[in-house]
Unconditional design. Structure first.
Length: 260
C-alpha cells in the first residue's frame, strides 16, 4: 500500500485589540485596525504637529486595508511579500504627498507594524519603534528591531543593552525611520512559521516604554484572562505606571481551524 498522506491542520487566528491615550497626552495619535477575517492586522503610532500624527496613523491603516482588500478576497490569496512591499511603498508615497499638499500636515508620519497571517505562515513588516512579539511555549521573543537612534548605538556595540544606553542618557525615542515622512521608505519585512498556541503581540512604545517584557509575559500567561482581558490589562499596567504616551495593543492567538 502507498504511504498515506497526512495533511497538516489548517490554522486560523483569534484577535483582540485596544488603544488608549494614556494618562499624560491629550490626544490619541495611535491607531489599530486591519481585517482580521483575512488575517490582516495593523498598528500605527502617529507623529507630527497639531493632529497630524492622528491623521497619519489613520491614513496608513485605512489606505493599507483598502489597497490590500482586493488581494485578500480568498483564503488562498497569492499575495506575496513583494506585492505587500509594493503596497506599503504606494501608501507611504500617498501619505507623503498629502503632507506636502496640506500645510498643517507637513512633516507628519507614523510607525507601522503590519501582520498578514496565511494558513501556516505570518508575513510581517515594520517601520519605526512599534513592535511585534511572539510568545511560544513559555518564551516571549521580540521579532522586530526598533528603527531608533538608541538601537543603532547599541547595535554598534557602544552599549551592551538598551537599558544601559538609557541609563547613560541616550534618548530612547528618536526615530531613524518612519512611514510617510519621505517619498520612499525602507521597510523591514520577514516571514515566520506559526504554530497552534502562539500568541503575537503588536504594540506601540507607549506599552514597551512603561511595562517590562517580563511583566507583559506574565499577563499573557495568565489563564484567568481571555484575549480581550489581556489587552485591557496590558493597557491598564502602562497607565498605572505613568501612561506617558498613547498605548496600543493587538493580540493574536493561533488556533486550529474547525474546518481543517
Amino acid at each position: 500500500m502507498p504511504p498515506s498522506s497526512i495533511q497538516p491542520p489548517r490554522l486560523t487566528i483569534e484577535t483582540a485589540m485596544g488603544t488608549d491615550k494614556g494618562v499624560v497626552r491629550e490626544h490619541n495619535e495611535d491607531a489599530v485596525g486591519g481585517d482580521p477575517s483575512k488575517g490582516l492586522l495593523i498598528l500605527a503610532d502617529g507623529m507630527g504637529g497639531a493632529n497630524a500624527g492622528e491623521v497619519a496613523s489613520e491614513l496608513a491603516i485605512d489606505m493599507l486595508v483598502s489597497q490590500l482588500a482586493g488581494e485578500l478576497q480568498t483564503t488562498d490569496s497569492t499575495l506575496g511579500n513583494e506585492d505587500l512591499l509594493e503596497v506599503l511603498q504606494s501608501v507611504n508615497q500617498a501619505i507623503f504627498e498629502i503632507s506636502q499638499q496640506v500645510p498643517e500636515y507637513r512633516g507628519m508620519g507614523t510607525t507601522l507594524v503590519v501582520g498578514l497571517f496565511r494558513d501556516h505562515f505570518l508575513s510581517y513588516a515594520h517601520v519605526g519603534d512599534s513592535r511585534l512579539y511572539r510568545m511560544r511555549e513559555g518564551v516571549l521573543e521580540r521579532l522586530t528591531t526598533d528603527h531608533t537612534l538608541i538601537q543603532e548605538i547599541v547595535n554598534a556595540g557602544e552599549f551592551a543593552s538598551l537599558e544601559e544606553a538609557v541609563l547613560a542618557g541616550v534618548p530612547p525615542n528618536v526615530l531613524t525611520r518612519a512611514f510617510g515622512v519621505e517619498p520612499e521608505v525602507a521597510v523591514d519585512l520577514a516571514e515566520t512559521e506559526i504554530q497552534v498556541g502562539d500568541i503575537y503581540l503588536f504594540c506601540s512604545d507607549g506599552l514597551t516604554g512603561m511595562v517590562t517584557d517580563q511583566a507583559m509575559q506574565s499577563i499573557l500567561e495568565d489563564p484567568s484572562r481571555d484575549l480581550m482581558g489581556m489587552v485591557d490589562e496590558l493597557i491598564h499596567q502602562a497607565c498605572s505606571l505613568g501612561g506617558l504616551d498613547n498605548i496600543s495593543v493587538i493580540l493574536v492567538v493561533v488556533v486550529e481551524s474547525e474546518h481543517s
